[in-house]
Design a binder for this molecule. Structure first.
Ligand SMILES: O=C(CO)COP(=O)(O)O
Length: 248
């Protein structure tokens, strides 16, 4: 269907300059499949440093941002600042932001709207908790989270990648099975065809995230509606190259 595979590395609050040098050297060594878009999500304080050492073929993302360009918001960074240091992407709505920092759907939507308006591309994260899955509410939750984003994204779907990250699979070593992930991706795409447009549904890339490793990536990547990964722990390790190359 012509959706370019896109693999993001979400370093979360990990890494120092030494480790970053190692990770970037490993990415440079690759070799990385040139047909895959690669984006690394780095701690804000290292955005400029990473930009200065990483090849331009690799995108750089912030892991969060605020919803206005500037002002009295101690500790926050704006999309304008992210762009100013040369990064093009931001990860928004990650489950750790939602659960630990209490970000609700409407705040995530406001951030997405402002990031897009400021010229950033967005990886927007959605996903259910274990309780929600066990209560049979996976689709309800994923659709609700996505619905909140619709007015924020408007006609800018080409600037957005969705990341389906079931919370129970994040950092647990317990990845969704390819079938579980494929099922949610397919029903989300179907929901988008009704609630956004058939064109959006056909074109939007949906990443899977949650305990993806070099060992599990190939089977997940073979699913028709999985268009890439958002990788946490393994993005700090050499096996990230294998995950990028999972469709080869
Ligand atoms: O949260 C994630 C990526 O955003 C996934 O983390 P892990 O790959 O460590 O499970």
């Amino acid at each position: 269907m012509g959706r370019k595979f896109v693999v993001g590395g979400n370093w979360k609050m990990n890494g120092d300059k030494n480790q970053i040098n190692e990770i970037v050297n490993n990415l440079k060594k690759g070799p990385l499949d040139p047909n895959v878009e690669v984006v690394i999500g780095v701690p804000a304080i290292y955005l400029a440093y990473v930009k200065s050492i990483v090849p331009d073929t690799i995108g750089v993302a912030a892991q969060n941002c605020w919803k206005v360009p500037k002002g009295a918001f101690t500790g926050e960074i704006s999309p304008a600042m992210i762009k100013d240091v040369g990064a093009d992407w931001v990860i928004l709505g990650h489950s750790e932001r939602r659960t630990i920092f209490g970000e609700k759907d409407d705040l995530v939507a406001q951030k997405v709207a402002h990031a897009i308006e400021s010229g950033l591309k967005v990886i927007a994260c959605i996903g259910e908790t274990l309780d929600e899955r066990e209560a049979g509410k996976t689709e309800e939750v994923v659709f609700r989270q996505t619905k909140a984003l619709l007015p924020a994204i408007g006609s800018n779907w080409d600037k957005v990648v969705l990341a389906y990250e079931p919370v129970w699979a994040i950092g647990t070593g317990k990845s969704a099975t390819p079938q579980q992930a494929q099922d949610v991706h397919a029903s989300l795409r179907n929901w988008l065809s009704t609630n956004a447009s058939a064109d959006v549904a056909a074109k939007v890339r949906i990443q899977y995230g949650g305990s993806v490793t070099g060992a599990t990536a190939k089977e997940l990547a073979a699913c028709p509606d999985i268009d890439g990964f958002l990788v946490g722990g393994a993005s700090l390790k050499p096996e990230f190259v294998d995950i990028v190359n999972a469709t080869q």
